[in-house]
Design a protein around this ligand. Structure first.
Ligand SMILES: [Zn+2]
Length: 390
């Protein structure tokens, strides 16, 4: 913790020196931080926690990091206290402020208490029933509003047909949303070591309505005992806020360098994360109101939540994912099994995808091999392939 605080302090001092000169005369980049739920809408419930509290606490920590370290970035909150804010209001706040980015923070829940992990959502049409279910649960916040019929163009989250409205969504901001989602998701799972549930698409009302790149992060599952323990701890919330913050900074650098003729003399430093090969990140677009809709960029879709990875190392001692030995290994994550920490590369929806990564990893770790998960449960590769055919 002290080490982390020290690092943050160093970063803060560094930013002040580098940013103020370069960016004094630019108009601020505005980011809206949206803590899910609030007031009489608790969101989902853990055994001893409420989604609204975890979201708010993490959102405030994220906002503080940005405010303290990025003088040219203006943070706008949809809520800073435990109050109820209608979904349409959240989008309105972002749109009337002409924000450049919208980050919504939520937690997940499932009847199956072994389900856990982090996922990041971008707006789109759902590709599976499971995706639709998550979006529907979050959209159900609408039902906690008085007179909700008037504010949502007749949309009713309980009606299966209603999600057709989301097919009207223009993809103008999708590639930047995916760019941010990739960066945040990678940093999050490298920090909390939860199952990487990937980047997904579905019709979330709040993402549908905001006219800017946007993501919705499901930090983890409050119904999973381990996830809940982690998510409700103050230091861990700081760590997750830092992970989102690093993703944001990385995104900011990429987009602003691309967009501005005068780029900041020194890019914002990114909190150290493992040197991974960047997943196929789309080229950032101009963030202007005149931009044309971009073609749909494929998002990794995990059928039946099946993930293929490459295991390359086991250790009785936990090794930081930032360790230099993981340099050049893509998407490193770890899991704990039989008293050993096991380190994996890649996170692919198919065996073929993971096999390509295996070839790369074998150049460094000759005895690397393929493994598979369904959610956070380890399964055999043949079981995984069978699940894909279901
Ligand atoms: Zn939620």
């Amino acid at each position: 913790m002290n080490k982390k605080l020290g690092l943050l302090l160093c970063l803060a001092i560094f930013f002040m020196g580098t940013l103020t000169n370069a960016q004094n005369d630019q108009k601020p980049f505005k980011v809206v931080i949206d803590a899910g739920h609030g007031g009489h809408d608790s969101g989902c419930l853990g055994s001893r926690s409420k989604e609204k509290d975890v979201c708010l606490s993490t959102a405030l920590k994220l906002g503080k990091l940005i405010t303290d370290n990025c003088p040219n970035v203006k943070v706008i909150y949809t809520r800073k206290t435990d109050v109820f804010v209608e979904l349409y209001r959240r989008a309105q706040i972002a749109n009337t402020n002409k924000a450049d980015l919208f980050i919504s923070i939520h937690c997940n829940a499932a009847e199956n208490h072994s389900a856990g992990g982090t996922e990041t959502w971008v707006m789109g049409l759902h590709k599976s029933e499971a995706n639709l279910a998550v979006a529907r649960t979050e959209n159900a916040a609408i039902l906690k509003e008085k007179n909700y019929e008037n504010n949502y163009e007749g949309y009713n989250p309980n009606s299966p047909e209603a999600s057709i409205i989301f097919s009207l969504y223009s993809n103008a901001y999708l590639s930047n949303s995916i760019l941010l989602a990739n960066k945040v998701q990678k940093n999050m799972v490298n920090t909390n070591h939860f199952v990487n549930r990937g980047i997904k698409q579905a019709g979330f009302w709040v993402l549908y309505k905001v006219a800017m790149p946007s993501i919705l992060i499901e930090l983890g599952f409050l119904t999973n005992a381990e996830n809940e323990r982690y998510l409700t701890n103050d230091a861990n919330q700081n760590a997750m806020a830092t992970a989102i913050y690093s993703g944001f900074v990385d995104y900011y650098n990429t987009v602003m360098n691309k967009n501005l003729e005068t780029t900041p003399s020194t890019p914002l430093p990114v909190t150290e994360t493992p040197a991974t090969t960047e997943p196929e990140t789309p080229k950032p677009q101009q963030n202007s109101e005149t931009q044309q809709p971009s073609p749909l960029i494929p998002v990794k879709t995990f059928t039946n939540d099946v993930h293929f990875k490459v295991q390359f190392l086991s250790s009785p001692k936990k090794i930081a994912l930032t360790d230099p030995k993981f340099k050049n290994i893509p998407e490193v994550s770890c899991y704990y099994e039989n008293s050993l920490w096991k380190y994996t590369a890649g996170d692919e929806p198919t065996q073929a995808g993971a096999a390509t990564i295996l070839q790369e990893v074998k150049k460094v770790y000759g005895d690397a091999f393929l493994i598979a998960f369904q959610g956070d449960k380890k399964i055999t590769v043949s079981e995984a392939n069978a699940l894909l055919k279901k």
